[in-house]
Design a protein around this ligand. Structure first.
Ligand code: SF4
Length: 85
């Protein structure tokens, strides 16, 4: 006997199980970056420091890194990480 599985429509359940990601682009204004390294520490999957002493985005954000990308952008001391949605 088959049971019909109904979808949960609770907003909190939807958020917890959300697979899509909202960030479509993340950029750094390299000329304004002071090279503190905080973004690379916060989200090493997306940000890294270059030999020139500033940060760069070397990988696209994913659903798994979305939260830490936002945290890095919010924590940047000179606010040069731009997150587009
Ligand atoms: S947190 Fe901001 S200032 Fe620091 S390295 Fe990253 S982009 Fe540059």
């Amino acid at each position: 006997m088959r049971r019909k599985i109904s979808k949960c429509c609770s907003p909190s359940c939807f958020q917890a199980n959300r697979k899509e990601w909202i960030i479509v682009n993340v950029q750094i204004n390299k000329e304004e970056c002071i090279g503190c390294g905080l973004c690379a520490e916060t989200c090493p999957e997306v940000f890294r420091l270059t030999d020139e002493g500033h940060a760069e985005v070397y990988a696209d954000p994913s659903p798994e890194t979305e939260g830490s990308v936002r945290e890095a952008a919010d924590s940047c001391p000179v606010s040069v990480i731009e997150v587009e949605e």
